[in-house]
Design a protein around this ligand. Sequence first.
Ligand code: PEP
Ligand code: MG
Length: 836
Amino acid sequence: MSELITYQCELKEGIHARPAGHIERLCNTFQSEVCWKNIRTGLQGSAKSALSLVATDTLLNDDCEITLSGPDAHTAASELSALLKKLPQFEVVSAEETQAPAGYLPRSLRETQLSFIQGSRISGGVAIARPVVVQSLSFDDIMARAPMKTGAAAEEKKALKAGIEALKQAKLDALESKVGVEHDIIQAHLSIITDSAFQEAIVHFIDNGENNWRAIVLAAMDFCEILNRSSSKYIKERVLDVLDITCQLLTTVYGEHALPQNGLELSAPSIIFADSLTPSKFLSINKKMLAGMVLTATGKTSHTAILARSLGIPTLTDIDFSMLNLQPQQDIIIDGDPAILVTAPDEQVLRYYRNEMAVQHTMQQQMLSNVHQAAITADGHHLEIAANIASFEEAEAAFNNGAEGIGLFRTEMSFMDRETPPDYAELAELYTRVMACANGKPVIFRTFDIGGDKPVDYLNLGDEENPFLGYRAVRTYPRYRELFAMQLKAILSASATGNAKVMIPMIASVEEIIWCREVLESVKQTMREEGLPFNDAISLGVMLEVPSVIFAIPEMAEYADFFSVGSNDLTQYFFAADRGNSQVANVYDNYASSFLRALQFAIDEVHRAGKWIGLCGELGASKDFLPLLTGMGFDELSMSGTAIPGVKHALRELNFAQCQLLALEALALTRSAAVKAALQAPAVKAESQKPILAPEFILFNLDAQDKNEAIKKMTDNLWLHHRTDSRERLCDDIWTREDSFSTAVGYGFAIPHTKSDHITDSTISMATLETPITWGDQQVETVFMLTVSKSADPNAHMKYFSTLARKLMKEEFRNEIKNADSVDVLYNLMTRTLDV
Ligand code: PEP
Ligand code: MG
């Protein structure tokens, strides 16, 4: 019996893997053979194989003939017709659709009319590089690793069957817990694994003398070749799925270590796309080639996020890249500040970002040039600015960045990613090297904080339902007393060569710190007996991460010499919101009044006990929080080394008395939005008197392609000379004026101007342009930009504007500008003209 169905494809993306999976699953319940023929392409294949179906390259509006032949052809045809009619529209989520309403994007960037995908920031900064999806190796890479040995065909087939079964079962298990797109994708992968044509092709290669490895890869490559011929980009992208399944099947058949860590061996500057990376995987990447990362499901204070920030690697989260058309050869951009991803930048956007990277680099260099000056507010209050590190290399970088000490050495990193724990000699050597690098500055060694999201296999801590609430850090020390004592001995030995301190993570009760103190004393005793040198007065500190500590400070202070707030964990335990889960990021709220009051209470308690208190969580690097934390009375802030130059600079511009007032004000507020607004208001700056005109604001022969670029470059220049903290907002203010009327005033001149909250000292900037640009309906060669502070004389801005306009009426003045051949000539001319 035979039946024919005609079908016109209504799916926007054609018959891609997921609809093919639906068709294939149904067809495999029929006894009849089902042959699918695409009339347009002439390609045909069995509808019982999803891959063969996809390979027919059936696209939107293609007419197809489906022939069913077999005993149940009649009923099968009607079931298949019914399915085809109701095939859900598995449309690809386009870049546009994934765009959340844009967060704050600087106007200058919006002017480039870029299209982007909104994510959330893990680490700021810009990266331009090629995308690398950490998922699969290329087929050639995989083939190059094929084992030489080939068993008898029967043996190979047996291993293949077992592998396919195991992988299938794993996918079926995964299906149960997944919903939505993720569910659909696993389903599609399942249909590749169980695809009869795929399996037959593998067996065919085995019969021809290949081993499983080569047979699997050869069969997969054949299918991918067909997919690659499709005119649909979407279908072409399914190659990745086949590649993914190939790798999974190989590791199932040949064992977990059959393939190297996929995609982490970077050979060119890259932006990595991954769902998440463990800290150890991240650490294994060659950082010279790592320009940026998009980690779909990684929370902002997970350890990988912290590491990314400490190395200054722009990183985004909350972007589902599984549906993006990422071309491995095309540069893409991530901009960590507005947290956006640009997958197809045009020349204008690339130019914008190249300029932007150059400006950020200049600012960084500038910050670095004075990082070694002390961290003192303008009115003389000193706050120690220290670094968080995890390795010797980071210590070196931190001190080069102006760290006044190490406020947190995450020592557990040297316990991770290995088969056995480090020994005393290794640790003592490392710690002594760090002390030498510190050159007398304090180094706080946080004893190993293992557990939570930092598991270590050899300790066999066991699986836990709630690892963050479980067997972690100090809680494990009694069981691993020897290991703890060995680490203390290594720290004590380093203390003989400098200012080393010990800090214990995750302390929750006074008994725990008493126990740690006892172990410390007993290690000292042993060292005395062994004649080893150490600092008997070494400080012992408590990490304030568990909220119970806040209410036990007086008794703890009897055993502890200092406290340091681990704000990452403290916030997560305070709000019962997982620090690594971006879905509860709104609950994890450092602006909440309750949290701030808890901090203030802790600071006051510690000071009452005559001890000092620092903060070493991510909050320490926040520019928003700096005035508040300073005003609240922290003695030290410790942060990633890369944040130090900027924080030290910002601190020097603060007024401590005003920071204290700000703290009082913020603590009296009851809504986190109000706290946020108070922290972002620029009221705590020290007063300064800078001249309105200076040679550095005269840009001679500026290379600007359009009005937007001219305004942006002139505003950037103000930022580089510390006249604005928010060049983006200042730019917005300039554009507001520009939007209501063009400021081109004739004769090739434009005078953009604004009275703004975002300029700290009123400034007149000037630029002569390399080539004329269009400004409204005029051509402009020279730009005067007036940025007047809101606190300035209310008439100042009009005064300069009208003086300039009047002068420009005179041909002689215009010629003087045109003929000027240097900044000096222009500066003198302007000083005379404006009488400043
Ligand atoms: C913290 O919890 O804030 C902290 C500094 O420790 P870690 O991030 O290593 O847990
Ligand atoms: Mg912690």
